[in-house]
Design a protein around this ligand. Sequence first.
Ligand code: AMP
Ligand code: ZN
Length: 467
Amino acid sequence: MLKFHNTLTRKEEEFKPLHANKVGFYSCGPTVHNYAHIGNFRAYIFADLLKRYLKYKGYEVTHVMNLTDVDDKTIRNSQEQGISLTEFTRKYSKYFFEDLITLNIQKADVYPMATAHIPEMIAIIEKLLEKKIAYKTEDGVYYDIKKFKHYGELAHIEVGDLKAGARVANDEYDKQSANDFALWKFWTSKDGDVCWDAPFGKGRPGWHIECSAMSSKYLGESFDIHTGGIDLVFPHHQNEIAQSEGASGKKFVKYWMHNEHLIVEGKKMSKSLGNFYTLRDVLKKGHSAKAVRYLLLSVHYRQQLNFTFESIDAAANSVEKINDFYRRMVDDSEKSHANHSKDILEIIEKFKKDFDNALDSDLNISEALAALFEFMNHINKVEETLSQSDAKEVIAAMDTFDSVLGLINYAKDDLEPELRVLIEKREDARKNKDFALADKLREELKNKGIQIDDAKAGFRWKRLKKL
Ligand code: AMP
Ligand code: ZN
C-alpha cells in the first residue's frame, strides 16, 4: 500500500488520489533571482523522485512547478544589476532549466511564470475582498487571518492571541510574526516600473498569492499533492491554504509533502548565510552530475542531509557501480554462452518487491537503494551462469528501477578502432603468455582512458572517464 507522510496531519496516510488514477501535483519552484544552489535542488530532486515513482505505480501525473519572477528579492536584485525585471528573471530561468537537464530531473508539464498570471491573482484577491476576508489599507490589500478558521493548522501555530489588525508587508517572516499578510502591495517608487493595474489599485502581488493562482489555474481548486522545502510550511504554504480555501470554500490540497534541508556544518544551505554551492560550482570542481543526483536522492526526504565533498565522492562510487553493472549486463546479453538460468525471473521479482515495498513506505529511498545493490550483488554471484536472455531480463529490470532513480548513463559505447587494435594485441600477448607485453599494453590503454579487467568469462574494458 502506497503511503505518504502528510504535513497537514503529521501522519503517514494511504495515498488515494481525488480522481481515480490521475494525480494533480504542484511544487513550489525557484525564485529566479540567482543560480539555484544544490540545497534548492534537493527540493526538486525530491519532487522528481515522487513524480517518477507515481508514474512507475501507473498514475497519470500532471506536474506543475511555478517560477517566481516577481517578489521583493527579484525586484531589488534586478535594480542592483540595472536591468529590467524581465531580462533579469529570464536569465536565471534559463540557467535553472539547464540545471534541471544536467541533473536528469524530468520536466514538469507546466512551468507557469508569476508575471504571466496577474489577472488570475487579481481575481482571487477580488473574491477575498468581496467575502470580507481581505481588506484594503494605505499600502496594499491584506488577508485577515482571523477570518479563516483553520489558520495555523498546517504550521501548528495558535493565532488566538494576536493583536487585531497587526500586519506584515514582507513576503518572508517567521512564526512569531504570524499576522495579516499582503496579497497585493500598492506601487511605491521603490518598485520602479514593476506594477500592474488592478481594480483595488496599481501595484504588484505578494509572493503567496502567486502559488494559489497558478496551482488552481492548472490543477483546479482542489488537487492531490503539494511539495516544497520544510521552510515553506510557514508562512508560504499556510497562506496559500488560507487564500485558496478562503476564496473557493473547498479543500485546497489533500497531501502536503515537505523535504528537509541540505545542511552544511549544522546550518541550512542558503543564499542568505552564504554557505551554498551552485550545481555549477560543484561540477567545476570535477564532480559528476550523476553523483550530485545520487547524493541528493539517497537520503530520505524527511531527514536532514549533511553536505560534504567526501559524500559526493561516495555517491560517485555508487553511481559507478550501478553503471559498471549495467554495462556488463549489456556485454553478457551480447556475448554470453551460458545456459538459461531457470529462476532469473523469480530473483528479479523478489528484489522488485523489496524495492517497491520500500518506496511505498513514504519513499524510503535508502531501503530501495539497498534492494538495488543486493540485487546487483546477487546477480554478480551467478553471472557466469547467465544466458543472453537472462542478461536481457536483468537489463529490463535495471531499466525499470532506473525509471524511478534516473542514474544510469548507458549509451552504446563503441571503441575507437585504434583502441580496439591495442586491446586485441594485449589479448594476443596474454594468450601467448607474453605477460610483460600484455602489461605494457594494459598501461598504454590506461593512459588512453581504458581500463582492462580480466575475468573468468573473458576480459572486459571500461572507460575511466567520470560519469
Ligand atoms: P527559493 O528559491 O528560496 O524559494 O527555494 C526554492 C526551494 O528550495 C524551496 O522549496 C525551498 O524550501 C527549497 N530549499 C531552499 N534551501 C534548501 C536547503 N538547504 N535544503 C533543501 N531545500 C531547500
Ligand atoms: Zn509556492
